[in-house]
Design a protein around this ligand. Structure first.
Ligand code: SF4
Length: 275
């Protein structure tokens, strides 16, 4: 067994790798890790590089690739790229779900029939509470989009970010996602992490190397420790969790991540639910 597969087998590093496809976004959420907005620098990853690194990841033993941003689907070429990436490993793509209106839903057609899951953010069953963090009309757009995406044949998951909800609001959220066609196993709940805009939110939780599971994350600025690592604060990308400026060949940042991950305390990432 190679050192990479041994590290995955032992739980030292994740079997999933991430890409930050871009950093700009049509929204401007209050807890955004990356200070994304329509005005944010794009910091876009080249699609040929994403496809090449995905093939290398599969050869090294990675079993899944995640793609996040920014709003990933602002890039109209992304669906075809995701389809090609998913020929190597299953892909999960994160989106705010607000762009799939009219013929924009049809533009996702290249993804159909591929192992691609879309993970859409929806924080509360209360539209006002949801929109307070994510912007006006966000709730209405998302609950409209999810059933249409499922009907079109896409696999959809829901991610909810926020302070630990009380039992009643958690149950209301679960009733809602079930009514939209999302089963419980496709609903993830996450705390607000104290990085990016989340750094200024009361109740956000710390996220350093002791709290974050090592999950290699490739960005236009280099390779990082976790998808919660290449955050932006005061317009600057945080580099405290930078693993390597070099990302290609992929074996280099993978080896560096394994070396850094040796001997780290385990468990707080799971206890804090920030995987
Ligand atoms: S949290 Fe997501 S949807 Fe909201 S501004 Fe950031 S990237 Fe955009």
């Amino acid at each position: 067994m190679t050192a990479v597969r041994e590290a995955m087998e032992s739980g030292a590093i994740s079997r999933r790798m991430w890409f930050y496809a871009n950093y700009h976004c049509n929204l401007e959420c209050s807890y955004c890790l990356t200070e994304s907005s329509p005005r944010a620098p794009r910091r876009q990853l080249d699609h040929r590089l994403m496809k090449s690194l995905t093939r290398q990841a599969a050869d090294l033993g990675f079993e899944e690739v995640g793609v996040t941003g920014g709003e990933t689907f602002l890039d109209l070429a992304l669906p075809a790229t995701l389809a090609e990436m998913s020929e190597s490993v299953p892909v999960i793509v994160l989106t705010n779900g607000t762009l799939f209106v009219g013929d924009r839903l049809d533009r996702l057609a290249p993804m159909l029939g591929h192992e691609i899951s879309m993970q859409i953010s929806l924080d509360s069953a209360d539209p006002d509470l949801n929109d307070m963090a994510r912007g006006p009309e966000n709730f209405a757009k998302v609950v409209d989009a999810i059933p249409r995406l499922i009907e079109a044949g896409h696999h959809v998951r829901v991610a909810s970010t926020g302070q630990a909800p009380d039992d009643a609001s958690q149950e209301a959220l679960c009733v809602l996602h079930r009514s939209l066609g999302i089963p419980d196993e496709d609903h993830v709940v996450r705390p607000i992490v104290r990085r990016g805009r989340g750094a200024t939110i009361d109740g956000s939780i710390p996220a350093g190397p002791d709290e974050l599971f090592p999950e290699l994350t490739i960005t236009a600025d280099g390779a990082f420790w976790s998808p919660f690592a290449p955050t932006v604060f005061n317009d600057q990308v945080d580099t405290d969790l930078l693993v390597s400026r070099t990302v290609d060949p992929l074996s280099l940042p993978v080896q560096r991540l394994i070396a850094l991950a040796q001997g780290r305390p385990t468990g707080s990432d799971v206890a804090n639910n920030i995987r």
